[in-house]
Design a binder for this molecule. Structure first.
Ligand code: AHR
Length: 490
């Protein structure tokens, strides 16, 4: 029997809805085919955006979408993607598959997409190969409501009024694909480029600095020390790779050892967020600056027979658990983590949606985002579960992880992951500060490598969960093996 203690009296930080954000790059079939099919496509679309994909993302309340990269961002010249489509410049997407990028999806299309989704746009500017002027003019083009060359250009291209733009990234992975810089060099460039990323009218830009790769604590320390006063957020990138870059393994065919390696590597996010936050505390004890985990998720070998530069991978119950673990970690660190963007939204890495021609499927990861949307903008409350260690050989992980929050209208939502592929567990919940009047629960559970296909798109789906009892102290239930459970208590 495991004890789950939830103390509703002990309210903590607000779980910013942007923790449930997504990332879209000009990579493989993410933008083209996955999101944008063009106005003349036979696939049902509104202004070129797939209606099925937009509807599915609205259902999970996508709060923010990052674009255009990734590594692509530091090679992207935004002026190539505006104006008459037939005369837009074509380029080779050297990073990702060497295909011709025709720039038919550019700034106007991205803002239209965010408008259809009802989400905040998050643009990554080009610091690696672009100029200060180019970055500055992009923000002017998007947000300036007055007389200026960029505002005139925008109007000429059909957008009379400026858009609202909050989140702007000043470079991406500048320690790697974004210019191979040292932290000192980047911190100086950040100050310089950031100076010209202006606030026009009442549009206030939230400037995101390029943060570290994984456990590069020196990068975090130097960039914070040199530039903290100029930023609103700093990013962190961490992908789960079961045995590292050279042995990522298959997304579909894996054994118990790989399962636990993947779980263990995912749980490392807790250490990373904790240690990076500690460094940030040195320079920003008030926690003004947000830690933005704007790339996370499983990275496996590409599906056999697909372009290696497209990073297309299937998505199983293992991905569902990885999503559930990460999201619970972000909730619990929501005092500092105020945005996260899973990589990537459609057809690339750990996607919530996969498409094939006109077909679309929702992955197990999608269902986790749907179950966890209850936490968006809710208040984290104190919770603890007395987990036990499980695993294989010397790889040990806790069997259960959890987080809990209360909504403005007083509903308590608890999300729990069972990392065991074979064992169910009895859980006795002790609730303090709340009486149980009614309970609703839903669960995603299946075999560890179960997944949805275009022929069988609902094989893995969310079911109602009724295996619980209301007790004197709260609630007791049995959580099945390999599952993600959401309980709502009123
Ligand atoms: O998401 C794929 C790539 O991973 C991104 O382009 C880059 O930022 C990261 O290395």
């Amino acid at each position: 029997m495991h004890k789950l203690v939830v103390n509703v009296f002990n309210k903590k930080s607000k779980i910013s809805k942007e923790i449930y954000g997504h990332f879209s790059e000009h990579l493989g079939r993410c933008i083209y085919e996955g999101i944008y099919v063009g106005e003349n496509s036979e696939i049902p679309n509104k202004n070129g955006m797939r209606k099925d994909v937009v509807e599915a993302l609205k259902e999970i309340k996508i709060p923010v979408l990052r674009w255009p990269g990734g590594c692509f961002a530091d090679e992207y010249h935004w002026k190539d993607g505006i104006g008459e489509k037939s005369s837009r410049k074509k380029m080779i997407n050297t990073h990702w598959g060497g295909l011709v990028e025709d720039n038919s999806f550019g700034t106007h299309e991205f803002m239209e997409l965010c408008d259809q989704l009802g989400c905040e746009p998050y643009i990554s500017g080009n610091l690696g190969s672009g100029t200060v002027q180019e970055m500055s003019e992009w923000v002017e083009y998007v947000t300036f409501d007055g007389v200026s060359p960029m505002a005139e250009e925008r109007k000429k291209n059909g957008q009379e009024k400026p858009w609202k733009l909050k989140y702007f990234g000043i470079g991406n992975e500048n320690w790697g694909c974004g210019g191979n810089m040292t932290p000192e060099y980047y911190a100086n460039l950040f100050r310089r480029y950031g100076t010209y990323v202006r606030n026009y009218g009442d549009n206030k830009i939230f400037k995101v600095a390029c943060g570290p790769n994984i456990d590069d604590y020196n990068w975090m320390d130097v960039v914070m020390k040199m530039s903290h006063q100029f930023m609103d957020g700093i990013s962190l990138h961490y992908y789960t790779m079961s045995r590292g870059w050279d042995d990522k393994g298959s997304a579909l065919n894996f054994d118990e050892t790989r399962w636990f390696e993947t779980m263990s590597k995912t749980l490392y996010m807790e250490d990373l967020v904790t240690h990076h936050s500690e460094i940030m505390d040195r320079y920003d004890p008030e926690k003004r600056i947000a830690l933005i985990v704007d790339e996370w998720g499983n990275w496996f070998d590409v599906e056999e027979g697909t372009n290696p530069g497209f990073l297309y991978q299937q998505n199983t119950m293992r991905d569902a658990l990885v999503a559930g673990i990460n999201l619970n970690i972000f909730n619990k660190h929501s005092d500092r983590v105020r945005m996260a963007n899973i990589a990537q939204v459609v057809n690339v890495l750990q996607s919530v949606i996969l498409t094939e021609g006109e077909k679309m499927l929702l992955t197990p990861t999608y269902h986790v985002f749907n179950m966890f949307k209850c936490h968006q903008d809710a208040t984290l409350v104190d919770s603890f579960i007395d987990a036990t260690e499980i695993g294989i050989n010397d790889i040990k992980v806790p069997n259960l992880t959890e987080s809990a929050s209360v909504t403005e209208d007083g509903k308590l939502n608890i999300t729990i992951n069972n990392l065991s592929i074979s064992d169910s567990y009895d859980v006795e919940t002790v609730l303090t500060g709340m009486k149980v009047n009614s309970v609703k629960a839903e669960i995603l559970t299946d075999d560890m490598n179960a997944y949805n296909t275009f022929d069988c798109p609902n094989a893995v789906h969310v079911k109602e969960f009724t295996d619980y009892k209301v007790t004197e102290e709260g609630l007791s239930f049995k959580i099945p093996a390999c599952s993600v459970l959401h309980i709502e208590v009123c």
